[in-house]
Design a protein. Structure first.
Length: 159
């Protein structure tokens, strides 16, 4: 049994365990996460021109993000494997690099915040993999949940 003041991923002995969500209501649950990849001006220019030698960076990052969302429970030990019903990936080239925003949707007993965060992380890592020879100083920044909805905690938006 858990209360607001206890850690749900610790049992009564203080050991990590997977939370039992079997009795939770199945609801539509969404989460949106964001982050960015800071890149050198020369790499930003190459991205805009489509001149990265490894190929289409944004297309590759988009597919990687979707794959990452679907494989989150394989990577994060206490995450439940859940059906992913939709992943929306927005990648925008900015003057300082690439802005990443990803929304994930499910109809399940637990939320998709970790799936959205994992998708942002994997998109960022993929971008770095595609440009690392050109910009060894590329940096993933500011990964965070922006919004979530569904379940017993309802709707939350970062302010």
């Amino acid at each position: 049994m858990t209360t607001e003041n206890t850690f749900t991923h610790l049992n009564d002995k203080g050991q990590a365990h997977m939370v039992n969500v079997a009795d939770r209501e199945i609801t539509i649950r969404t989460a949106t996460a964001s982050g960015s990849v800071k890149l050198s001006p020369s790499v930003v220019a190459l991205l805009r021109e489509g001149g990265i030698p490894k190929g289409d960076v944004l297309a590759t990052a988009r597919v990687a993000a979707i794959m990452g969302a679907k494989r989150t429970s394989d990577l994060i030990p206490l995450c439940h494997p859940i059906a992913i019903h939709g992943v929306e990936v927005e990648l925008e080239i900015t003057d300082s690099g690439v802005a990443i925003r990803i929304g994930v949707k499910t109809v399940d007993r637990t939320g998709v915040e970790m799936e959205a965060l994992t998708a942002v992380s994997i998109a960022g890592l993929t971008i770095i993999d595609m440009v690392k020879a050109l910009d060894p100083g590329a940096e993933i920044c500011d990964i965070r949940v922006e919004e979530k909805s569904g379940g017993r905690n309802g709707h939350w938006v970062r302010t």
